[in-house]
Structures are given as structure tokens and as C-alpha cells.
Design a protein around this ligand. Structure first.
Ligand SMILES: [Zn+2]
Length: 267
């Protein structure tokens, strides 16, 4: 009798928990005008890192078992640029920068170890279609030299800063051509959180952006940020802090998939 009551209570609680969750998801579906019962495939990608908050993002992804792609700015993990000056004792600031750079390299190793994909976001965050042929080659090549040990696919993924050279490839075919020459495949995005815009860094605006785009019928990769390209050592704090809250809402309508789900060449 006792066990029967316990079982009944347990079953009732489970029902209540699951119906409460279903109710929440239904509410989100209604809020974002998601088609009933339709599920989407979603891949998370993070640009402009490695940043100070990247480990926080990795913790969330690990807990939620979500595979992501990190498009890394190679100059953030090119520690050689600080090493010489620090060793010669010329500049204390360079020694601090060296230390931070080495920490970012450790995080880069962790990204790979935890099964995420690493791609290049070039060496510097420049408008690639406006570069001279020499600068264009040098940015792509330098990023490859620095990031090569962290790539796990052939071709390796590359995302152009500002998407410049990708969305305007008909007018500026030299950029995509140069990427191909260096063995990269370009990865754009189907959705964006617009989390780089400080105006969106409040409330649920970034989540709203993703949900609205997805529920309008899109599957694919969403663009988020773990770094701030203007600042060598900064991270995208708002995204890192709130990602754990956004994921359950996204999961109401989406299954998280690896990039290879959409890009056969990365299998
Ligand atoms: Zn960027």
C-alpha cells in the first residue's frame, strides 16, 4: 500500500513537472509564433574569441551537451607577438599580455578537447574585400599558421569578419577564392542574435532575435559572440552570462546539431 502511494505520488509529480514544462514551451511557441509541433535544427557558433568569458560558455555547453563552433581571431592566440618584448624586459604590459594570451591558448585547447569545432575568423578583424591582394593573403595565411594545430577537419572552417567577401562574393570574388586556395571552407550564418550590438544586451532581446528568426522557418547556424574584437582581452559578457537561460527556451523548438549536420564536407 505504502509503495503504491509513493508510486502514485511520484507519477503525479512527474506528470506535473512535464506538463508544466510543456505548458511553458507552448507559451514560448505562442509568443514567437512558432508553427505547432514543428522542430528546427540549430547550430551555435561564437565569433571574435577567444575571450575572457569563453570558459563560462564552455561550461554551459558541456552541461547542456551541445556541440558548437568557435571562429577564433588568430591574433588573440598569437603569443609570440608579446614574448620577445616581455623577455627583453622592455615592457611590463607586454608580460601581462603574454600571460593572458597563454591563458587564451589553454582555453583554445579546451575547446578542442571538449569536442567543439574551431574555425578561423582570420588574423585581424578587417574588411577583407577592401584589403590589397598581399594583405588578404597574409591575413588568411597567418591565421592558418597559428590555428592549424587546433583544426580538426579538412577543409577547416573560416568565417570572414563582417561576412565581407562572403555576402558580396559576386562583386568581390577574390576573397572566397583566396580562402579556397588556403584550404578553407567558408561558413556563414542563417540566423543572428545581434549580440554584438550593446542595445540588444538587455532583457531577452538576443533570445527574441534568435527565436523569431527560427520560428519564421529557418534551420541552420546562429551567430553569437564570445569575444569583443576591438579589445584583445575582453569577452562578450552578456551572452556568456545568459546563454544558460536561453538554451532551454531554444530547446522548446530546436534540436542542437553539430555543424557537420549542415556541411557535409566537415564530416
Ligand atoms: Zn567578428
Amino acid at each position: 500500500m505504502f509503495f503504491k502511494s509513493v508510486t502514485t505520488i511520484l507519477l503525479c509529480s512527474l506528470f506535473l513537472i512535464s506538463s508544466a514544462f510543456a505548458k511553458n514551451c507552448n507559451q514560448y511557441r505562442a509568443q514567437y509564433h512558432c508553427p505547432a509541433d514543428k522542430r528546427f535544427k540549430l547550430h551555435l557558433s561564437f565569433d571574435d574569441g577567444v575571450g575572457s568569458v569563453t570558459p563560462q560558455i564552455l561550461d554551459t555547453l558541456k552541461r547542456e551537451r551541445i556541440p558548437a563552433t568557435f571562429f577564433v581571431l588568430a591574433n588573440k592566440v598569437d603569443c609570440q607577438q608579446y614574448r620577445q618584448s616581455c623577455m627583453k624586459g622592455r615592457n611590463k604590459k607586454d608580460c601581462q599580455s603574454l600571460q593572458l594570451c597563454q591563458q587564451r591558448r589553454q582555453t583554445l585547447k579546451r575547446i578542442k578537447r571538449e569536442g567543439h569545432l574551431i574555425g578561423s575568423h582570420s588574423y585581424e578583424h578587417l574588411h577583407h574585400s577592401k584589403l590589397s591582394p598581399v594583405e588578404l593573403q597574409s591575413n588568411i595565411k597567418r591565421s592558418k599558421q597559428i590555428l592549424q594545430p587546433f583544426f580538426s577537419t579538412k577543409p577547416a572552417p573560416f568565417r570572414l569578419p563582417y561576412g565581407d567577401g562572403w555576402f558580396n562574393q559576386k562583386d568581390k570574388p577574390q576573397v572566397m577564392k583566396a580562402l579556397k586556395q588556403h584550404g578553407f571552407t567558408h561558413i556563414g550564418w542563417e540566423m543572428s542574435g545581434f549580440d554584438w550590438n550593446t542595445k540588444n544586451q538587455q532583457g531577452t532581446k538576443i533570445l527574441d532575435n534568435v527565436m523569431t528568426q527560427m520560428c519564421s522557418g529557418r534551420n541552420g547556424t546562429v551567430l553569437l559572440h564570445d569575444g569583443v574584437f576591438e579589445n584583445e582581452h575582453e569577452g562578450r559578457l552578456f551572452t556568456a552570462k545568459n546563454l544558460a537561460k536561453w538554451i532551454p527556451v531554444m530547446r522548446c523548438v530546436a534540436d542542437f546539431v553539430p555543424l557537420s549536420h549542415f556541411k557535409k564536407e566537415l564530416r
